[in-house]
Write a protein that binds this ligand. Structure first.
Ligand SMILES: C[S@@+](CC[C@H](N)C(=O)[O-])C[C@H]1O[C@@H](n2cnc3c(N)ncnc32)[C@H](O)[C@@H]1O
Length: 378
């Protein structure tokens, strides 16, 4: 007898068994991802491109795809895919329990990289153990013949993307990581950059809609638009370098590895290539906030605060200043973050908190403007 347990999450009731992988700590991820899926569903329906066809690529019990489906009242087709053959009856039973009709779903038991469906999918979810990098090529195959599609990626290899395993990041993502205060945002930028460079090869441009970092993982959802101009624009955004000199972290298209650059910037740390464009679409995040208030998941207050923070930082420049690092590096007394933000605003700068860390400020001010705002806060 296979041991099983009932799980209630969002609007769905599913079973998980000893064969499936279910991590209750990822409920927050599934909550906000379902909100993002809802915002995408609205975008697709609004543009009249038909019913959404979904591939839940690493589905395990199917809970993620079932939540996307049921909570967003979809009625296209969903394929649940997992390499573990023991999961087939569980996935089918969970789909049926939650009202997905037989004609609307399929269970594919195979390796993600050998799956191909000639009709393709509008939305592909990649939620593997560790890195999604080896699966992005085949995800792009599913978008063949689509003008517009959506890709959702979770990466749990944050030690790699955040630079604790520097060489593995070069190997897996062909990118030099950054192991400092901004490493989680940089991890997302490395991941989006990697996906975008593959998308370009398939003639798709990428627009990040929603990204976040939490616990041991980073997640991003991007839209793909077909066309050479879109792909070229993305190729440029995905080929930026993050240049960190004490106090500043900025992006540049140039490859500043010249001797002259090194002499001028002997303390510079260069990471990349990274995605240098926006990692959120502010109006998309607003749509998620609206859905969150309507839907009221069990953890909707936490999700609400989280999304509000993201909506404020969404239109500000890449990267942020960690105030504790500034106090430490400049050997100055600490002051409250709120006061610094007020003084930045008084000086005409935009400033917000960031969901990446509670001690940092994202702003369009320079490092020296930050130091003035700190001094004025005493
Ligand atoms: C992190 S779990 C997925 C969790 C699930 N999406 C959820 O939200 O509960 C990863 C799943 O990927 C499956 N898997 C691992 N390698 C795979 C591959 N190459 N192709 C398809 N599935 C794979 C595993 O069997 C496992 O069920």
């Amino acid at each position: 007898m296979v041991k099983s347990q009932e799980v209630m999450e969002g609007a769905v009731k599913t079973k998980v068994t000893e064969h499936s992988f279910y991590n209750p700590h990822m409920q927050f991820n599934r909550d906000v991802s379902s909100l993002a899926f809802g915002a995408i569903a609205k975008e697709i329906m609004g543009r009249n491109i038909g019913k959404i066809s979904v591939l839940d690529g690493f589905c395990s019990s199917g809970i993620r795809g079932i939540r996307y489906w049921k909570e967003n009242a979809c009625d296209g087709k969903i394929v649940f895919l997992d390499a573990n053959k023991n999961l087939k009856p569980l996935i089918a039973a969970n789909a049926k329990t939650n009202g997905i009709k037989k004609a609307q779903f399929e269970v594919a038991i195979q390796d993600f990289n050998v799956y191909y469906n000639k009709e393709g999918h509008d939305f592909v979810e990649i939620d593997p153990f560790g890195t999604p990098a080896p699966f992005i090529y085949n995800a792009l195959n599913q978008f063949r013949y689509k003008k517009r599609a959506y890709l959702s990626l979770t990466a749990t290899d944050t030690a790699v993307l955040c630079g604790a395993r520097h060489d593995a990041c070069i190997k897996n993502y062909n990118s030099v990581p950054l192991n400092n205060d901004c490493c989680h945002e940089n991890a997302i930028r490395i991941l989006i950059g990697f996906a975008a460079r593959i998308a370009c090869q398939h003639n798709f441009g990428v627009t990040p809609l929603f990204s976040f970092s939490k616990r041991h993982y980073v997640k991003t959802m991007v839209r793909l638009d077909f066309g050479a101009d879109n792909a070229l624009e993305s190729a440029k955004a995905a080929s930026m370098l993050a240049i960190y000199t004490p106090g500043t972290l900025e992006t540049s298209l140039a490859m500043p590895f010249s001797k002259a650059f090194r002499q001028r910037n002997e303390k510079a740390i260069v990471s990349g290539p990274v995605w240098g464009g926006q990692i959120w679409d502010a109006s998309f995040v607003e749509g998620m906030i609206k859905l969150n208030t309507e839907r009221k998941y069990k953890g909707y207050e936490e999700a609400g605060t989280f999304l509000e923070t993201i909506s404020k930082e969404a239109s500000l420049p890449p990267y942020y200043f960690d105030t504790h690092s500034i106090f430490h590096n400049e050997k100055i007394q600490s002051v409250a973050l709120g006061g610094i933000m007020e003084n930045l605003a008084k000086a005409g700068f935009k400033a917000s908190r960031t969901h990446f860390t509670p001690t940092a400020i994202r702003t369009d001010a320079s490092y020296s403007d930050m130091l003035s705002a700190i001094e004025k806060s005493r």
